[in-house]
Design a protein around this ligand. Structure first.
Ligand SMILES: Nc1ncnc2c1ncn2[C@@H]1O[C@H](COP(=O)(O)OP(=O)(O)O)[C@@H](O)[C@H]1O
Ligand SMILES: [Mg+2]
Length: 244
C-alpha cells in the first residue's frame, strides 16, 4: 500500500511545489511509482515544475467525484518512468468532500508507492482537503520569523498525524550567521523534527522554467537535498548536508 505525504506550510512561497517536484522525481528515479497530486486549487503550478504543463485534461476533483477513472486522469511523465501527475481544478467544487478525497487516495494507494500532495498556502478548505487523507506531512519553512510562526500554526492543525517533519528551505549559512540563528532554533520554533535542509539555489528557478524536476539535474545543492529527503522517506539514515 502506498504512503500519502502532504507537503504543506501555512505561508505561501516557502518552496512546497519545488520540493514536491524534486522529491517526487528522486523517488521515481529510485524506481518507485509516484503520483503527485496538485491540491493548490485555482493556483496550480506543479505541472510547470514537473515539465507537464497543460497536459492534463482531467483533474483530481474529476476522479474524486467519479467523473473519470484515476488511470485516465493521471498524466504520466514522458521522460521519468513511474512519475505521474493529477492536477488541480481551477475552483473548488462544492460537492468535493474530505470523504471523497480519502476514497480517491485509497484507490491511489493500491497503484502507487508514494502519493505526494502539493498543498495550497493558508489553512482554509483547500489545505484541509490536502491533509485529510495523509499518512505523514512535511512542513516547509524558510528561516524567517513569519514563515516559522505559520509553520507552528500549521503543525497545530496536523495534530491527528503521527509523522510530521520540518523541511527548512532556501537556507543561506551566511544569513543564518548574521541572524545568529541555527537550524536547531528553527526546529524549536516550529516544534518539529527535521527531515531536510535545502539551500538557496538558483537551479530551483532554472529547473522550474525549463520544466525539469530538480532531482534530474544531478546531485548538488537543492537537488541533492531533495534526493536526501527521498532517501530519508525510505527510512535510510542520511546526514544533513554540510553547507558553506
Ligand atoms: N531552495 C530554493 N532556492 C532558490 N529558489 C527557490 C528555492 N525554493 C523555492 N524557490 C523559488 O521560490 C519561489 C516559490 O517556490 P514554490 O515552490 O512555488 O513555493 P510554494 O509552492 O510554497 O508557494 C519559486 O520562484 C521558486 O523557484
Ligand atoms: Mg505551490
Amino acid at each position: 500500500m502506498g504512503t500519502v505525504i502532504s507537503i504543506t506550510s501555512g505561508k505561501g512561497g516557502t518552496g512546497k511545489t519545488s520540493i514536491t517536484g524534486g522529491v517526487a522525481a528522486a523517488l521515481a528515479l529510485m524506481d518507485h511509482r509516484v503520483l503527485c497530486i496538485d491540491m493548490d486549487i485555482g493556483l496550480r503550478n506543479l505541472d510547470i515544475t514537473l515539465g507537464l504543463n497543460d497536459r492534463a485534461l482531467m483533474d483530481f476533483s474529476d476522479v474524486a467525484l467519479g467523473r473519470c477513472p484515476l488511470a485516465r486522469a493521471a498524466v504520466e511523465h514522458p521522460d521519468l518512468k513511474g512519475l505521474a501527475l493529477l492536477t488541480a481544478p481551477m475552483s473548488l467544487p462544492a460537492s468535493l468532500t474530505a470523504d471523497k478525497v480519502r476514497a480517491l487516495l485509497s484507490t491511489a494507494r493500491t497503484v502507487y508507492d508514494y502519493i505526494l500532495i502539493d498543498s495550497p498556502a493558508g489553512l482554509g478548505p483547500g489545505f484541509r482537503l490536502a491533509v485529510c487523507g495523509a499518512d505523514r506531512a512535511l512542513v516547509v519553512a524558510t528561516n524567517d520569523a513569519s514563515s516559522l510562526r505559520d509553520a507552528q500554526r500549521t503543525v497545530a492543525e496536523l495534530e491527528d498525524l503521527r509523522q510530521v517533519h520540518l523541511v527548512m528551505n532556501r537556507i543561506q549559512t551566511r544569513l543564518l550567521r548574521k541572524l545568529r540563528a541555527t537550524i536547531d532554533d528553527a526546529m524549536d520554533a516550529a516544534g518539529l523534527p527535521l527531515m531536510g535542509v535545502v539551500p538557496e539555489d538558483p537551479q530551483v528557478i532554472l529547473c522550474a522554467n525549463l520544466g525539469q524536476p530538480l532531482a534530474v539535474r544531478g546531485r548538488k545543492g537543492a537537488a541533492l537535498a531533495c534526493w536526501n529527503i527521498a532517501l530519508r522517506l525510505e527510512g535510510q539514515r542520511v546526514p544533513i548536508m554540510k553547507m558553506r
